[in-house]
Design a protein around this ligand. Structure first.
Ligand SMILES: C[S@@+](CC[C@H](N)C(=O)[O-])C[C@H]1O[C@@H](n2cnc3c(N)ncnc32)[C@H](O)[C@@H]1O
Length: 307
C-alpha cells in the first residue's frame, strides 16, 4: 500500500485469495456489485469484460464472492452492500430475499433493517403499475452481531421542535414501576442520533468515466459510521473508486479491485489527483494530461451499462 491505497485488477475472488495468503485483512467493505439482468451471460467476453447475470442465478453467483468477503473481513467488521430490487415480468423478483437468506446460512449477520438511499432526483418513467423509484437499499452485514459501529460520527443537527421541547424540563417515565423522572434532560451537544435514511443525489458529474458511479457523499456517511481513521476499507467492485475517494477524504486506507483494467487505471488517476489537489473529480480539461481515454465506455457498447 502506498500509505493510502492499493488497486488490484482481476477477479475479486482470486485477488482476495491472494490477500488472505498474504495476511491482509480489512476493517470494512462497501460496494455495489454488478447487477442482474435477464440475459444469461456472466462468463465474460474475450477482452475480460463481464456480462450480466440472470436474477434467478444471481444469489448463488454472488455467494461465491461473499464467501471470500467473510474470510478477508476482520472480526466485528462491516460489509455494506448497495443493491436494488429487480422488476422481472412485471413483478419484484425475490432475488434479494434469496440472497439475504443464503448469506445468513453462509455465516453473515444482517444487523439492521436496510438503510435507504433516498435520491433527490430519479429517472422518470410512465409505467402504469408503479410510481417513480426514488430509493435503493444498503444492507449492513457483519461477521458478528456486535459490529464496530460509530453512530456518533454521523449525528444530525437537532430539529427546531426538539430544541424547543428541551428548553423546559422534560418529564419522562424512565422505569417500569410507573414512577416519573422529572430531572431535566439535555440534548446531545453534537446533535441527534442518525437515522436510516440517507439523502444523496445520483452521481451526475460527467468527468467520472463509469456507467454506475456512487455519489461520494453517500459512501462518506457509511465510511464514517462503519470505520475509524487508518482503518482499511475494501471496495471489491470498485469501478471508478468513489469508495476510494470517500475513504481518503476521511483518512481511511483503501483497497479497490476491478476486473476491467480501464477502471483500475482511471481509479489510480482519480485517487492520485485527489491526493494532490483534494478534488473529488479530475477536471475534463486535464484528461489529456492524465492520458485518459474518455471514449472507453462509449466505444465498448451498450452492454457495459449493465455493470
Ligand atoms: C456497479 S459497478 C461499481 C461502480 C462503483 N461503485 C463506482 O462508484 O464507480 C460494478 C463493478 O464491478 C466490476 N466487476 C464485475 N465483475 C467483477 C469481478 N468478477 N471481479 C472484480 N470486479 C468485477 C465491474 O467492472 C464494475 O466496474
Amino acid at each position: 500500500m502506498n500509505n493510502n491505497y492499493i488497486l488490484h485488477q482481476g477477479d475479486t475472488r482470486e485477488i482476495i485469495n491472494q490477500m488472505i495468503i498474504n495476511n491482509e485483512f480489512v476493517d470494512m467493505i462497501f460496494t455495489s456489485p454488478p447487477y442482474y439482468n435477464n440475459r444469461k451471460n456472466y462468463s465474460g467476453n474475450a477482452d475480460g469484460e463481464i456480462g450480466s447475470i440472470s436474477a434467478d442465478e444471481y444469489a448463488d453467483w454472488f455467494l461465491t464472492f461473499t464467501e471470500k468477503f467473510l474470510q478477508v473481513l476482520k472480526i466485528n467488521g462491516s460489509f455494506f452492500l448497495n443493491i436494488n430490487d429487480k422488476i422481472h415480468n412485471g413483478v419484484v423478483h425475490p432475488v434479494i430475499d434469496e440472497l439475504k437468506y443464503k448469506m445468513r446460512k453462509q455465516g453473515w449477520f444482517l444487523v439492521a433493517k436496510p438503510y435507504i438511499w433516498f435520491k433527490k432526483s430519479a429517472m422518470p418513467h410512465n409505467c402504469k403499475y408503479r410510481t417513480i423509484d426514488r430509493y435503493e437499499y444498503i444492507f449492513h452485514f457483519s461477521n458478528s452481531n456486535k459490529p464496530n459501529f460509530y453512530a456518533g460520527n454521523c449525528r444530525v443537527p437537532h430539529s427546531k421542535v426538539s430544541i424547543k421541547r428541551y428548553e423546559t424540563p422534560v418529564t419522562t417515565m424512565d422505569s417500569r414501576d410507573g414512577k416519573y423522572n422529572k430531572s431535566k434532560k439535555t440534548l446531545h451537544k453534537d446533535g441527534g442520533f442518525p437515522h436510516n435514511v440517507i439523502i444523496a443525489n445520483l452521481e451526475s458529474n460527467s468527468s467520472i468515466l463509469h456507467p454506475a458511479p456512487f455519489p461520494v457523499e453517500l459512501v462518506e456517511w457509511f465510511i464514517k459510521i462503519g470505520s475509524l481513521e487508518n482503518d482499511i476499507v475494501l471496495d471489491p467492485f470498485c469501478g471508478s473508486s468513489s469508495t476510494g475517494i470517500a475513504s481518503l477524504k476521511h483518512n481511511r486506507k483503501y483497497i479497490g479491485i476491478d476486473i476491467i483494467d480501464f477502471n483500475v487505471d482511471f481509479s489510480k488517476k482519480r485517487l492520485d489527483h485527489f491526493l494532490k489537489t483534494k478534488e473529488t473529480y479530475i477536471p475534463k480539461n486535464m484528461f489529456n494530461e492524465y492520458n485518459i481515454d474518455d471514449k472507453f465506455y462509449k466505444q465498448k457498447g451498450k452492454h457495459l451499462l449493465n455493470l
